[in-house]
Design a protein around this ligand. Structure first.
Ligand code: ATR
Length: 295
């Protein structure tokens, strides 16, 4: 194993970064630096707190400094679509950029190419961690922000049969319903919880931020939907490892998983885009767990 730590940084070290606001909690540096070390790359991954109004400037700066690439997290993923020189098909399809690769064109100019690795990560993690067959599944999705929208579209593209959308701000689920119906007309999109308690669901997903803070209530209104109506519950939140929702779901004997797998797979795909090599998944997963849970 090569030596780790700042001693190894030298004139040839190349940089990747995640831009977010806030970003100090990010586990991505731990995950990617472990992977760079495993592949003996003289690369480092750092986290930069970048305000939304400085995003364009910060992308230009990274390009000028010959960075390898960037990840973008809240609140940058939508605006970045307008700020790259080229969009990969993944970013076009999902309408958001969470990964940028800086590439040199034939004239030697550097271009920023935008990708989306979040959408694939959602279905990968659901299949891997819950062993869910998405084709034909009935899903109840809580949240219609950036993550909720991507999840809804991705699930629709996987041919789920029904999606019920729940969100604090109703206008967002109306808009999302329209978008899904336009792009995936065969998928039934319900607004709010299923009206009958006889309706059985295969999967409940939390894509709201409720559960991040210990005092948060569960995002699921159990007066309107009983956990007995579902087989599995996925919470995109991975810190804490077990939210109130997941605790209740376990008690109700549902299969459960948190969002660590999503974080892992979006990072692994970004790694592959930057390096052109398979991501060392086990190393990345272990680094994430150690960083987030201390074990
Ligand atoms: P992300 O990119 O992580 O999805 P986001 O776009 O800010 O972040 O979305 C946050 C989600 O959590 C939204 O669905 C939001 O509901 P609104 O669309 O009504 O804002 C939901 N959310 C955040 N705080 C909430 C709260 N206190 N109660 C219910 N839902 C909440």
């Amino acid at each position: 194993m090569p030596k780790t730590g700042s001693a190894q940084i030298n004139g040839a070290t190349r940089i990747c970064a995640v831009y977010g606001f806030p970003v100090a909690h990010s586990a991505s540096p731990a995950m990617h630096n472990a992977a760079f070390e495993k592949l003996k790359l003289n690369w480092r991954y750092i986290a930069c707190e970048v305000e939304l109004k400085k995003l364009a400037e910060a992308i230009t700066g990274a390009k000028a400094m010959n960075f390898i690439g960037l990840n973008l997290t809240v609140p940058h993923k939508l605006l970045a679509v307008e700020m790259v020189d080229q969009l990969d098909i993944s970013a076009k399809v999902w309408g958001a950029v969470n990964t940028i690769k800086f590439e040199r064109d034939a004239d030697g100019r550097i271009r920023a190419v935008g990708f989306n690795t979040d959408a694939d990560a959602i279905s990968k993690s659901l299949c891997e961690d819950l062993k869910i067959e998405l084709n034909g599944a009935k899903v109840l999705l809580l949240g219609a922000g950036g993550a909720g929208r991507t999840a809804a579209l991705r699930l629709a593209s996987e041919n789920v049969s029904e999606i019920f959308l729940v969100n604090r701000t109703f206008s967002k689920i109306l808009e999302l319903q329209k978008e899904i119906q336009q792009k995936f007309p065969s998928v039934y999109v319900g607004l709010n919880y299923p009206t009958s308690s006889d309706v059985k669901i295969d999967l409940v997903i939390n894509a709201t931020s409720l559960g991040l803070k210990p005092e948060d209530p569960s995002p699921l209104d159990e007066n309107q939907f009983s956990l007995k109506q579902t087989r599995a519950v996925y919470d995109m939140i991975y810190r804490p490892a077990e939210t109130k929702l997941l605790k209740a779901a376990k008690k109700a004997k549902c299969k459960t998983a948190n969002g660590l797998g999503m974080l892992l797979h979006q990072g692994a795909k970004a790694f592959e885009i930057w390096t052109g090599k398979p991501a060392p998944l086990a190393v990345m997963r272990a680094a994430l767990k150690k960083n987030i849970y201390g074990r």
